[in-house]
Design a protein around this ligand. Structure first.
Ligand code: CP
Ligand code: NVA
Length: 314
């Protein structure tokens, strides 16, 4: 089975967790755990010696950029940071031509940008794996690291209750797909008008039903927090939405993880945040720096999860 899974992953794109079977997700999680162990033991693991990864960014990044770059280095490969401003892409070269050309030099492309359709177009014309490092629609590499963190802290995934408080955004969408795939019960609590896209809710519900888990959308954060094993939040204003920041600050009041909300969750609940956090908005200092917070372990796990994606796909 292991060999079959390994060959089913080689050469694939990583655009959405919707496209990955539960077995493939567990394979990546096991590989991430193994690579993490090797790194901690100081054991070299040059699985990508001689391979190169191009990393295109049209949005800012701290975690994604640094962890992919360092991860590629630790795997014996070479990462190239490609700012969209410096590529001919920024002067009108088409995405399709960029994909065709980069495929002649590189072994993989990681891209962070606004439009998910553009990432799909890049993948359609590239002959090498394309990894989605965040679009306005999805953030799948984040959620693979989140699943790794939850499994480390809780010992399992299936049947746990994950409650996300905040905007029905890219992170919420990927949590719904990823959660549905591994059997988490995912509840999204968001203000009216900021729900996840109906098409994602529908698809995630269909995937969840295959695993006997549930996807719930509510506008009541208190009810949603009750019985949660994991409380998760993200910024109220994502990259590209800066003009709406004030309006959103009003709309999301009450959709924050503070001590009061955390007290409604299970006593052993953990708190996750993809980061960067706007402390005092969607999460308080008290919670973020408190004993139930796992946010920095979660951030570390981006490195291990991304290495698993790279080692499996490239
Ligand atoms: N969580 C996350 O993707 O962080 P960066 O924006 O810093 O990459
Ligand atoms: N939803 C946030 C996530 C940042 C990692 C954004 O898109 O800005």
């Amino acid at each position: 089975m292991q060999g079959k899974l390994a060959s089913s992953l080689r050469g694939r794109d990583f655009l959405s967790l919707r496209d990955y079977s539960p077995e493939e997700i567990y394979y990546l999680l096991d590989l991430a755990a193994e690579l993490k162990k090797k790194l901690k033991a100081g054991e070299p693991h040059p699985l990508l010696a001689g391979k190169t990864l191009g990393m295109i960014f049209t949005k800012r990044s701290t975690r994604t950029r640094v962890s992919f770059e360092v991860g590629m280095y630790q795997l014996g490969g070479y990462p190239l940071f490609l700012s969209a401003d410096d590529l001919q892409l920024g002067r009108g070269e088409t995405i399709a031509d960029t994909a065709r050309v980069l495929s002649r030099y590189l072994d993989g492309i990681m891209i962070r940008t606004y439009s998910h359709q553009e990432v799909e177009e890049l993948a359609a014309h590239a002959t090498i794996p394309v990894i989605n490092g965040l679009t306005d629609f999805l953030h799948p590499t984040q959620v693979l690291a989140d699943l790794l963190t939850i499994r480390e802290k809780k010992g399992k995934l299936k049947g746990l209750n994950l409650t996300y408080i905040g905007d029905g955004n890219n992170v919420a969408h990927s949590l719904m797909y990823g959660g549905a795939r591994v059997g988490l019960n995912v509840t999204i609590a968001c203000p009216p008008g900021y729900e996840p896209l109906p098409q994602v809710v529908e698809e995630a519900r269909r995937l969840a039903s295959e695993n006997g888990s549930t996807i719930t959308i509510t506008d009541n954060p208190m009810e949603a927090a009750e019985g949660a094993d994991i409380l998760y939040t993200d910024v109220w204003t994502s990259m590209g939405q800066e003009a709406e920041a004030e309006k959103r600050r009003q709309a999301f009041r009450g959709f924050r993880i503070d001590g009061q909300l955390l007290a409604l969750a299970r006593p052993d609940a953990i708190v996750l945040h993809c980061l960067p956090a706007h402390r005092g908005e969607e999460i308080t200092d008290e919670v973020m720096d408190g004993p139930q917070s796992a946010v920095f372990d979660q951030a570390e796990n981006r490195l291990h999860a991304h290495k698993a994606i790279l080692a499996a796909l490239l």
